[in-house]
Design a protein around this ligand. Sequence first.
Ligand SMILES: *[C@@H]1O[C@H](CO)[C@@H](O)[C@H](O)[C@H]1NC(C)=O
Length: 456
Amino acid sequence: MCPMKYFLLLALFAAPIFLFAHAASWNAVFTPDHVTIEMHREEEIKLDLTGLQDGEVAEIAVKVAADHVAEVHKVIPGREINGGSWSGYFNVTAVFLGKTDLFVEITMGNNQKETSDEKLSVTVIREDRVVDHVFTYTVAILVSILYINFGAALDLKLLKTIVLCPVGPAIGVFGQFVVMPLLSFGLGRLLFPDSHAMQLGMFFTGISPAGGASNVWTAVLNGNINMSVLMTTISTIAAFGLMPMWIFTLGKVIFDQGNLAVPYERVGTFAICLVIPLFVGLLIQRYLPRVTRILVLVLKPVSALLILFIVIFAIVTNLYLFELFSWQIFVAGMGLPWLGFLIGWILAKVFKQANPDALAIAVETGIQNTGISIFLLRFTLPQPEGDLTTVVPVSVAIMTPIPLFALFLILKIKERLNRGRRELIEEKETADLSIEDSQETLPQEEKNVKNPPEMP
Ligand SMILES: *[C@@H]1O[C@H](CO)[C@@H](O)[C@H](O)[C@H]1NC(C)=O
C-alpha cells in the first residue's frame, strides 16, 4: 500500500477548494500563528477576519484538521460581522499528543463553503505530571534498597572466577550491544516501514543497556545472580561507548538529524546508583553477618514485589499512551525482548554455559533499560514525536515480563512436585541425589538465595 496514492487523491479533491479559497477576498489572521499546548490544557487564540461581505455569510466556524489532537468549539453567526470584519477570541483544547492545523471555514448564504489559506499550527505535548516524578523516585529508592540486598548476597569467590574467565559476560555484552541493536533495527524497518520516528523508537530501545530488572528476574528465576549483577554493571559501562557508536552509525541511517544528545548523565547516574548500594551491601556482608542473613532471605520476595510495583505503576502512568497501541506496537513490544531471551539462551548454550548462567545471560540480553530509551527519545526528538515514540519502549516494558512470569509459574509448579517427590523418598530413607545434582556445585550462600526456607 503506497500512501502516496492518498496524497494524490487528497490533492485532487482539495484543488477546487484551494482555487476557491484563492478566489475569495477575505482573510484570517491567527495570533499567535502557532501554539504548543500541554495535553488537557486550553489556550486562547485571537482571530481577525477581514474582507468579508456583510450579509453574504451565513456562518463562520473554526475547524481542526485532526480532531483527535485538538478541539475547538467556535461558531460565529453571520450577523456578528460588522463592516466586513470580525475580531475575537476562541479557545483550543489539547486532546492528545500530536500536531494539527486549525483553519476557518465560512459557509455562504447559498451554502457554499470556503476555507482559509491561513492556518494555526497546533502542537500538543505531554503534561508535566507529579505522578511521573513520584513513580521515578519511588522506583529509584526501591531499586537502591534492592541493590543493597544484592550486595549482601553477592558471592565474591564465585565473582572472582567469573571475572577470571568472563565467557558469560562476553556473551551478554555481545547479545546486548550487537544482537539487540540489529534486531531492533530490523524489526523497526519491518513493522513501521513508513514511520522513521517509530523506527527510531524501536532502535533506541534496542541499543539501551540491560535494566536493573534483569537482576531482579534472575534472582526470582533461580539464575546466577552474581553473573547477572556483573553483566549489568559491565553493560552499563559499555553503554557509554557503544550507545553513541550505534546512534551515529545505524541510528543516522534512520533519522539523519544533527543534534542527537547522548544521555551520558542519565547513564552515569544509573551506573552510580547501581554501584553505591552494591558496595553498601558488600560492607554489610563483611561486617554484619546477622543482617546479611536477613537480607539474603528477603531478597526474592522483595524482588518479586518490586517487579509487581514497577509493572503496575508503569501501566497506570502510561495509560494515556494506550490510545496509540496498534498491532504493530504489540508485535514490537513482544518481538524485541522475547527474541532477545531466545537468542541469549541459544548463544549461552552454544558456548556451553550451565543453566543458571544461561538464564542470567538470556534475561540480561532480553531485558532493556527502557527508562534510558524513553529518556533518549524525549530528549533527542522534537515534541510531540519524542513522546509519541515512547510508546515503543512502553510496549516493550509491558510485554517483557510475560514469558518470565510464565517461567516463574512453571518453576514453582516443578518445585512443588519435586518437594512432594523428595518427601516420598525421605520416607523410604533412600537418598536420591539427582534432584540436588544441579545445586551441588554452588556454594552455600547461593543455595540460600535459591531456596529461602520461608518461601511457600
Ligand atoms: C478560554 O478559557 C478560559 C479559561 O480556561 C476562559 O477564562 C476564557 O474566557 C475562554 N475564552 C473564550 C474565548 O472562550
